[in-house]
Design a protein around this ligand. Structure first.
Ligand code: AMP
Length: 284
């Protein structure tokens, strides 16, 4: 396995599969790498904690950076090259361009994290330009991010196929995340209620409930579990358009529609100092 820090070293692995990450790798990242491996061709993983997608009060400084462990996971997973650029490789002197995906970026997580998705879109566009893969892999765990990146790859005709990988979960349903490490043991006990609440919403949708009722049911479950909801929303997977309150979302799309169809039921909660997100897809 090669470890590259400079962009010109990437020439030998162009045209393969790419998994961009912020490191602190776990089973979720491993699933992306496994999907990339399965497609054949060289697999490149990038590890870069992107400062521009963190707000001033967010956890950029304390974000975990266990680089040795990360490289071991990549090696075991059969990664061909790990790209660990410095900040000046990604943002060299004179860098001013910003990539924005308006409409998609200010809603849901973007409402409480202003500028976050502009930072994500810009760094991903830059990484795709440096790595120039045929395929790039993203997790459904961060569904809004995935949908934004699909949009930008298509709009900018980047010639990369954006591949989505299902959320990897702990046995109790909690989505695996680097930020789970921030939870105290009592917070960790509460955390699975986020996914459970979304599953209640999914059941309600299948029973024909309207959008407002589904959201209310999820909120009720979160409240009962002592989780503070930042948002609970139903949006179209294709373009994040909101589902009208009086519509039964499960009937808006037929279950046979592909994975780009369907409706996203997504939520963000706060547990103490930690913010967790999760989602389920209806009818996809
Ligand atoms: P991050 O390192 O948090 O920026 O995540 C890098 C990629 O891994 C993103 O595409 C995430 O959506 C994906 N990812 C993170 N956690 C999971 C998970 N539990 N299951 C699937 N994909 C994940």
């Amino acid at each position: 396995m090669k470890v590259f820090t400079r962009s010109r070293e990437l020439a030998s692995v162009r045209g393969g599969s790419f998994v961009p990450t912020m490191g602190a790798l776990h089973r979720g990242h491993a699933a992306l790498i496994a999907a990339a491996k399965a497609s054949g061709g060289p697999v490149v993983v990038s590890i870069f904690v992107n400062p521009t997608q963190f707000g001033p009060a967010e956890d950029f400084e304390r974000y975990p950076r266990p680089i040795k462990k990360d490289l071991e996971l990549c090696e075991v997973a059969g990664v061909d090259a790990v790209f660990t650029p410095s900040e000046t490789v990604i943002y060299p002197p004179g860098f001013v361009t910003e990539v924005r995906v308006p409409g998609y970026s200010e809603v849901m997580c973007g409402a409480t994290r202003p500028g976050h998705f502009n930072g994500v879109a810009t760094v991903v566009a830059r990484l795709l330009g440096l790595v120039r893969p045929a395929r790039a892999y993203f997790g459904w765990k961060d569904a809004q991010q995935l949908i934004i990146i699909r949009r930008l790859a298509e709009d900018l005709a980047l010639g990369v196929s954006i591949q989505a990988v299902e959320t990897v979960r702990e046995p109790d349903g909690l989505a695996v995340s680097s930020r789970n490490a921030y939870l105290s043991s009592s917070e960790r006990e509460k955390a699975p209620a986020l996914y459970q609440a979304l599953r209640k919403g999914e059941t309600a949708a299948r029973e024909g409930a309207r959008a407002a009722e589904i959201v209310a049911r999820v909120r009720r479950h979160l409240r009962a579990a002592g989780l503070a909801a930042e948002y609970v929303e139903l949006r179209r997977v294709r373009d994040l358009a909101p589902i009208p309150e009086n519509k039964p979302p499960f009937r808006i799309v037929s279950p046979s529609e592909g994975e780009k169809g369907g409706v996203l039921l997504a939520a963000a909660v706060r547990i103490g100092e930690t913010r967790l997100i999760d989602n389920v897809r209806l009818g996809g």
